[in-house]
Design a protein around this ligand. Structure first.
Ligand SMILES: [Mn+2]
Length: 249
């Protein structure tokens, strides 16, 4: 059994290097995998599945997923904070499924919690407040009915605000909070957690009340790190097959 975990690709048409890295991952590395978990921020921005009608770039990404799915790989999507408007139409076009924010999966004889992970960054109070509004059902229903140009404008504003916010806040604020991590382990009663979002690839073990808890954090695709692969009980970080981004930039 071979299972792949990716997140934080932040795909956008203007980033040709990451797009090339994605295509070679899908066509080479991922071929023949049993399962692929796409754990948020696949796209740098997503304005709702209506985008599929006019965005040729988005459709080309969908085609890569659909091709992988035809090779019998099961594909599962979790929202990130940047593409929380991804919907079931997108997932279905890819031959995959849209999953909730936090999910328990079975890896061999171990239960693992998988999530994008932005909800763990509780020190970022401003972000958590915005998150509650943006990811509410009400906002999604409302957002999907707005004309395209307004949605585009909102997305651009959110990106500018997020950039300004990140530049202005201590990096510490943007990492996962230890108490939130421990509480999330406890709530799901698991000893293994995999998430992305922070762009700080990690494989750490913490001991809480005598239990050892393993947390694996996925890398974003703008670093030369790699993706996570699970084969029959063991994890591996695999380098991306394509030329390092620094070399192809
Ligand atoms: Mn994120």
């Amino acid at each position: 059994m071979r299972i792949l975990f990716i997140s934080d690709l932040h795909l956008k048409e203007s980033d040709a290097a990451t797009t090339a890295r994605f295509r070679s991952f899908m066509r080479e590395s991922a071929r023949g995998a049993d399962q692929l978990y796409v754990m948020g921020d696949l796209f740098h921005a997503w304005l709702g599945d209506a985008q599929l009608a006019y965005d040729e770039y988005a459709r080309s990404i969908v085609a890569d997923f659909a091709h992988l799915h035809q090779g019998e790989t099961k594909i599962f999507f979790i929202h990130g904070n940047r593409d929380f408007m991804l919907g079931t139409q997108f997932a279905r076009s890819c031959g995959g499924e849209m999953w909730p924010e936090q999910n328990i999966i079975q890896l061999g004889n171990e239960r693992a919690l998988i999530l994008h992970g932005d909800e763990l960054c509780t020190d970022d109070v401003r972000y958590q407040r915005a998150r509650r509004i943006l990811r509410s059902r009400a906002f999604k229903a409302f957002g999907n009915r707005l004309p395209q140009w307004i949605r585009r404008e909102i997305a651009a504003r959110l990106r500018r605000a997020s950039k300004a916010h990140k530049a202005g806040s201590a990096m510490m604020l943007l990492d996962a909070n230890g108490d939130a991590i421990n509480a999330t382990f406890a709530r799901h009663d698991v000893q293994l957690m995999i998430h992305g979002h922070t762009h700080r690839p990690t494989d750490e073990t913490r001991t809480v009340n005598g239990r050892s808890l393993r947390r694996i954090v996925l890398s974003d695709w703008q670093q030369d790190f790699g993706y996570l692969e699970w084969i029959d009980g063991e994890f591996f970080v695999r380098p991306w097959a394509s030329t390092p981004l620094s070399a192809s930039a």
